[in-house]
Design a protein around this ligand. Sequence first.
Ligand code: PLP
Length: 392
Amino acid sequence: MNRVHLDHNATTPMRPEAREALLEALDSGLGNASSVHDSGRRARAAIDEARERIGAALGVQEDEIVFTSGGTESNNLAIFGAIEAGPSDMDVITSAIEHAAVLAPVQVLESRGRQVTRVPCDTAGRLDPGTIVERLESSPAPSALISVMAANNELGSTTDLEGLSDALGMGNGRQAGRSGIILHTDAVQLLGKRPAGGLLEWVDLATLSAHKVGGPPGVGLLLRRVGTPLGAQLHGGAQEAGVRPGTENVAAICAAARAIELAVQETGEFAARTSALIKELWKELSSALPNVHLNGPPLSDETRLPNTLNVSMPDAGDARMLVTRLDLAGVEVSAGSACASGSLEPSHVVRALGHDLQRARSAVRMSVGRTTTKAEISTAVDRMCITLGKAS
Ligand code: PLP
C-alpha cells in the first residue's frame, strides 16, 4: 500500500539537495571545527559558509545565528537565556496556544515563582497584538519577556509580528528594542510557508528548525538580534560565541543551510501549491462526510499557513483512535502536535478556541508538503471515508 503522509508539520521529507550536502560533508573527512589543523579548519569553513548562506537567505547577519539541536532547544535557550540575562523582576507574557517547547519552559519558570500571563486567542486561533500590549501595560513589572508563536502548528493561524512590534514601540526594528522588553517568537512553522525574511526586523529572538523545511532533524537555529542579552544554558567551549557550546554537527548544519535556502526561495510557490491542495482536501472531505467542522482560520484568510487543515469530526469519535485507524488504512495525520502525542487530553490549542470538549477531542490535523500530490489528497479522502464507513 502506498502510504499518504499528511503530517508535514510534524516533519517533512529531506530535500535531495540537503541529503546531497549532508553526504558530501560526511564523506569529505571534516574534523572538529574547533581544531586548528587542516580537517578542523575545513569543518570551520563549512560552518562559516552555511552561516553565510542562511544569513543571506533570511536577511540576518552571520553573528545573529546560533546553531542548536532543534526548535525545542532554541525555544528553551531563548526563554531561559533571556530570563537569566534580564532583571530579576522580568515577567513572562506568552499565549495559550504555544507549542510544548514554549509551554513547558514557561511552566518551569512559573513553578519557580516567575509571574506568567497567557494571552488568549480569538475563535480562529489568532493572537491580537493589542491584547498582548494591554497585558504588558497592566503588568507592574518594568520588564518582560514576550514569547508568542509566529505560526501555530495545529491550526495554521499566524501572528502579525510586524503589528506587534509596532504596537510595542519596537517599530524601528534594528535600531533599538523598547527597553526592558525582549520579544521572542517560535517561527518553526512559518519558515518556508509564509515570508519570514523580516523576522529580526520585528523580534529580538526567533526560533527555527531545519527538519520542518526539508533539512535533517536535530538542527535548529536561534536568530538573535545583535545586542540582545542572552545567558548560555549549556556551559563548555566557546562555540556559537559561547552561547551554545558543544562540537558542531557540521554535516547536518551544511544540509540545513541548503534546505533553508531552498525553502526561502520557494516560499511563494509552496504557498500557492499547498493552499490549492488544502482547499481541495477541505472540499472533498466536507462533501463526502457529514458533520465536519473547520478549526482555526477560514481558508479564505490570506495570513493563514497554506498547508495546514484542522478539522473536527465529532461522529468519528476520539481523534487519537481515528489517527490509529487511519494509520492502519495508510493515511498519516495527527491529533495535536507530535510532541504531545503521548497525552490523553484533547489538544490545548483546539480547547483555546472555546469549542466544546467533543469538538476538541475529535480534532485532527492534516498538513501537506512539497511532495504531496492531488492524487494523494483523493486517496486520503477515500480511505477516510472507508475507515468511517461512508462511501465517498
Ligand atoms: N515549535 C513548533 C511550533 C513546532 O511545530 C515544533 C515541532 O513540532 C517545535 C517547536 C519543535 O521543533 P524540533 O522538533 O526541531 O525540536
